[in-house]
Design a protein around this ligand. Sequence first.
Ligand SMILES: Nc1ncnc2c1ncn2[C@@H]1O[C@H](COP(=O)(O)OP(=O)(O)O)[C@@H](O)[C@H]1O
Ligand SMILES: [Mg+2]
Length: 327
Amino acid sequence: MIIEVEKLRKEFNGIVAVDGISFGVERGEIFGFLGPNGAGKTTTINILTTLLLPTSGTARIAGYDLLRQPAEVRRRIGLVPQEVVLEGDLTARENLVFHGMLYGLSRSQVERRIPELLELVELAERADSKVKTFSGGMKRRLELVKVLIHDPEVIFLDEPTVGLDPQTRRRIWEYIRLLNTEREVTVFLTTHYMEEAEQLCDRVCIIDHGRILDMGHPEELKRRLGERDIVEVELSEPCGGFLSRLESMGYRIKSVRGCRASIVAGRREKALAELFRLAGELGVSITSISVRAPTLEDVFIHYTGRGIRDEAGGDSRMRQIARRLKH
Ligand SMILES: Nc1ncnc2c1ncn2[C@@H]1O[C@H](COP(=O)(O)OP(=O)(O)O)[C@@H](O)[C@H]1O
Ligand SMILES: [Mg+2]
């Protein structure tokens, strides 16, 4: 295990941000923390990268204890924080030199590594352009290789694609995979995009309110739910009778919003036939219907009763605003 976390806990003035979590990350993995805003992802990353002290518990990274050997830990890790921390008035090359020198590398040592690193994220031609002329995706790519300058064993990426359009996001996933395979670097990332966790991570840890709800390969987490197919159906009003009849027939209804419902179907052919038959019998019309496989969102809903994104509009947004006003 390259990261071993043991009963890590962090309180801020009585608010528990990280609630005694334990987990391990294998060398070479892409490991993801998936959870809504306020789940404790950034706090965990800040502790593991020695920026923040835990209230209790500890972790070992690349064999070194976080609390007793923080300098050893720092030398072996890299962090890409959520906000871009590049110098816009410097060129891509100058940003890398500057960062390398912070890690005690000489200018010539850094210069030697730059072409290869920029090549990796297809920025070699822009080496001498000022970073302020870069797009959001280009900045992210530069940040991804900036943290590789001192050859870390583990890199921590806090919401690496937040604020990027879907196409740019996919490209960033490709680059993260490339760093992981070509440079053999272990990746610990956080995200609130379930698709990012599903597509990119070898293992995912689902967290909420500072606690681990489940952990494993995305497919394994979904399989554990035991939901083979999910039918999304929209009915004409009134539909209450329809849904209660379905439940009495043994179907589990995952969620209902007005007359839109998500229903767990054992076998899709049988379920669809039964739904249409019942609709005919009760005189309810089905205005739309689709069948899909379960996602990590379903895993999250299974444990919490709400969606990962539901949170974004709710109380956590108020909390964020309150936090911003405080600073
Ligand atoms: N410096 C801080 N002071 C007080 N509360 C904090 C601080 N940092 C984070 N929190 C709180 O800890 C919880 C977890 O936050 P955070 O780790 O940023 O979550 P995430 O990154 O998953 O969105 C939230 O309730 C947040 O308001
Ligand atoms: Mg965060």
